[in-house]
Design a protein around this ligand. Structure first.
Ligand code: PMP
Length: 303
């Protein structure tokens, strides 16, 4: 069971989380016509009256664009103000995750995006490690990542997560921790809720935006950090067989942070992960606001 933060933003006001409830006839529940965000925050270890939110601006911009994709106009600065107020009202004391959600909130049937009421809510929960920080085992999913010509993959569209759910459950029920999905071209795309990176011969390689990936904010941050550390970065299509000869593989995401991959199908990856470890240490220090050069990535909220 999760520890939800006590206050939610719902129907334009802050209410106790337990009172933020929807009708069973809510349109988005039936058609997956929502879009969400997910961002992490931590209490400032040096000051109990402050929290740090990682890349708040980027998360609000992405959600605003996702809202556009479901015909809803929700400016990023409005989302940012509501999230800031949300955090101040909740005063979290543990590492936490915020879930803002835009959706077709009207009641009734018929899938559509026009002529249906839309709304926005925010709730949060305490969240430690989403995946084991020591590493995970992955299977190659029998489910394929969707294509952008079927739905807008640039947004975090809620309906798209049926594929993630199928892939994750298939992986877990067959004895693995996570799923790696190929795209319709048979190239490596991403995991159920994370982007993927491989390291070969000292190069950091990740599938590009043309590989049906979500434009992960952690992914973008890692690419910048890697370049700053002098690591060669390549965005290009990745073949499945490259997974089985990679020196290191890791998954990235807001919830998963940087999670090393220990094994893919029957291939056990090397135990030494120098580049993954270096990036992970740096990213952790950045999110804890210990890296002055990246201070503009960390939003300090006074409680
Ligand atoms: N891919 C998918 C499908 C996701 O749901 C997520 C999590 N938002 C990611 C990648 C990673 O994105 P981010 O780093 O922005 O959390």
């Amino acid at each position: 069971m999760h520890n939800f933060l006590p206050i939610a933003y719902f129907k334009n006001q802050f209410v106790p989380f337990a009172e933020a409830n929807l009708s069973i006839a809510t349109h988005a529940l039936h058609y997956g016509t929502g879009a969400f965000g997910g961002l992490r925050g931590i209490p400032d270890p040096t000051n109990p009256d402050r929290v740090f939110l990682f890349r708040l601006d980027k998360h609000c911009q992405r959600l605003s664009k996702s809202a556009t994709l479901i015909n809803y106009d929700l400016p990023a600065d409005k989302i940012q103000t509501i999230i800031t107020d949300f955090v101040q009202k909740n005063r979290p004391t543990q590492s936490f995750y915020i879930r803002p959600f835009v959706y077709t909130s009207g009641l009734g049937i018929a899938p559509r995006l026009h002529n249906i009421e839309k709304d926005f809510f925010v709730y949060g929960l305490e969240l430690g490690d989403y995946l084991s920080p020591d590493g995970v085992t992955c299977r190659i999913s029998s489910w394929c990542r969707q294509e952008d010509r079927s739905l807008p993959l640039r947004g975090k569209i809620s309906g798209a997560y049926i594929t993630s759910s199928l892939a994750k459950t298939e992986a877990v029920e067959s004895g693995f921790d996570e799923a790696i999905l190929l795209n319709s071209q048979g190239k490596v795309s991403e995991a159920s809720g994370m982007n993927i990176f491989i390291i070969r011969n000292g190069e950091l390689i990740t599938p590009g935006y043309d590989q049906d990936i979500l434009e992960g904010i952690t992914r973008g941050s890692i690419l910048t950090v890697a370049q700053d550390l002098g690591i060669k970065v390549v965005e290009r299509p990745v073949d499945k067989s490259e997974l089985f000869i990679a020196d290191e593989v890791f998954l990235s995401g807001t919830a998963a942070k940087i999670t090393p991959v220990k094994k893919i199908e029957t291939y056990a990856l090397p135990k030494e992960r120098p580049i993954t470890d270096k990036l992970k240490d740096k990213l952790t220090a950045i999110t804890e606001n210990k890296e002055p050069e990246y201070r503009d990535w960390v939003f300090t909220i006074a409680l």
